[in-house]
Ligand binder design. Structure first.
Ligand code: SAM
Length: 429
């Protein structure tokens, strides 16, 4: 079934980047063309299920749906679940978006007229502006999501693709409005300094920005042209890969686990998480701790496990004994946190694959100071421990990688780029 896989470079080309950028700017994904080549070059049968347990912006789920397969995407970040779900709005429903959006800006007496003092939007916006944004968000919530509860009980899963698109337009509008607090680092939105003014936005300004962003979203959905027949199921849900198991479920897993480069994925969606705070049921800090690759580590961490494999254990050993400050403390803990979460996820991933199924993972290596963190070999050994067989590996050198973003680490003697590896496994019958 996987003999003639076509493996293109997983690096997103500028043209593909700008397409997704119009929909929602996301830095960590692989291109849709890459996912389509992989899925399209398998001999999956009608009714097959394609799973991505780290679905991010939904490249795998969108590509699989377009190719006519059932899809399931999991991500721990509700913002990314909304984005991935929004991308799957059927062509016929795109025409409804603008009419629904207009309802959001109509006046009603039932909306809140005060701002809660702990509203996270207050970090960037003054009180009046926060009220304006929150009223619009509240209207979107009550109009389209109704009584779904909080995300704690996974009720986000009832959100329609339509509602998700309105949230994406609101996300993008708030991204533009908070531009004064952004730098060239795509993952970072800073907080105003003490003496800096909070942003001021009128309802009219928000409305104009919102409808401008909605027209981009609509144009990019029209270009993407999702049209699947009613028998194709797509479920994109909030979930944690470290605990997710759906035994013998997927025919193909196509995914890209979080990088091990100390990049906080919640930081990249800071303003979006602030917007959906009433639905989150947890703080950004709590969500951040659960993420793989979190920069917030628990005070007590487990010991390295021999079952994580030789490469992983040798790396941890070198890191712990590195002479630089905090190597044996913070950095040791944060890497243990990463590898233990990865090992648990690989168990769920292997169990969720059907016998005879295949898993294709895109992983990026990195450096801790001058020590090579060979994530591809580490993940391979973890997968093998769970009974999967490696049948192919392609390496692609990357010039600009996420591991280069932390400029302070450049003083060490190491290559400037990184290698992105596509590793392919089989679950033998
Ligand atoms: C490298 S990105 C995936 C990008 C995706 N392939 C795309 O094209 O957009 C990794 C994703 O893993 C998610 N993630 C981190 N920890 C997770 C966990 N414990 N369970 C599920 N998803 C998690 C992050 O939110 C992020 O969206």
């Amino acid at each position: 079934m996987f003999d003639s896989l076509i493996i293109d470079s997983p690096k997103r080309k500028v043209s593909a980047q700008s397409k997704l950028k119009d929909f929602f700017p996301y830095y960590a994904g692989f291109p849709e063309s890459f996912a389509k080549s992989i899925i399209g070059s398998t001999s999956l049968k009608t009714g097959a299920v394609v799973l991505d347990p780290w679905n991010g912006s939904g490249t795998t789920t969108t590509a699989a749906l377009k190719l006519g397969f059932h899809t399931c995407g999991i991500d721990i970040n509700p913002v990314m679940v909304m984005v991935a779900r929004a991308r799957n709005l059927q062509a016929a429903a795109v025409d409804l978006l603008e009419a629904e959006a207009k309802k959001i800006f109509q006046k009603t007496s039932s909306i809140n007229h005060h701002v809660s003092s702990d509203d996270p939007l207050l970090q960037w916006f003054d009180i009046d502006s926060t009220l304006v944004i929150r009223q619009v968000e509240q209207k979107a919530r009550t109009l389209l999501i109704r009584d779904c509860g909080t995300l704690e009980n996974m009720e986000l899963n009832k959100y329609s693709c339509l509602a998700s698109n309105l949230y994406v337009a609101l996300f993008n509008a708030c991204r533009v409005l908070t531009k004064p607090f952004r730098s060239t680092n795509p993952t970072w939105l800073r907080l105003p300094k003490e003496n800096e003014h909070r942003l001021s936005v009128t309802k009219l300004e928000l409305k104009q920005q919102f409808f401008f962003q909605l027209s981009n979203v609509v144009a990019s959905l029209r270009e993407s042209n999702i049209y699947s027949d009613a028998s194709t199921e797509s479920s994109i849900i909030v979930g944690d890969s470290t605990t997710f198991i759906r035994e013998n479920y997927a025919d193909l897993i196509l995914t890209s686990p979080p990088y091990c480069t100390r990049i906080d994925y919640t930081a990249a969606t800071r303003i979006e998480l602030a917007l959906i705070a009433p639905l989150l049921g947890q703080s950004r800090d709590e969500l951040s701790r659960k993420m793989i690759g979190s920069i917030k580590v628990p005070k007590i961490v487990c010991a390295p496990d021999i079952n994580w494999g030789e490469t992983c254990n040798a790396f941890i050993d070198k890191l712990r004994n590195h002479s630089s400050k905090a190597s044996a403390g913070y950095y040791y803990k944060s890497h243990i946190d990463y590898f233990s979460k990865m090992a648990r996820s690989m168990r769920g991933l292997a169990k969720s694959l059907k016998s005879g199924g295949g898993a294709v993972l895109v992983v990026q290596d990195s450096y801790y100071k001058d020590i090579h963190n060979d994530v591809a070999s580490i993940v391979t050994e973890m997968a093998q421990f769970q009974g999967l067989t490696l049948f192919r590996r392609e390496d692609f050198a990357q010039r600009n990688s996420m591991s280069g973003i932390n400029t302070r680490s450049r003083k060490y003697n190491k290559p400037t780029g990184s290698v992105e590896s596509v590793i392919c496994f089989l679950k033998k019958n």
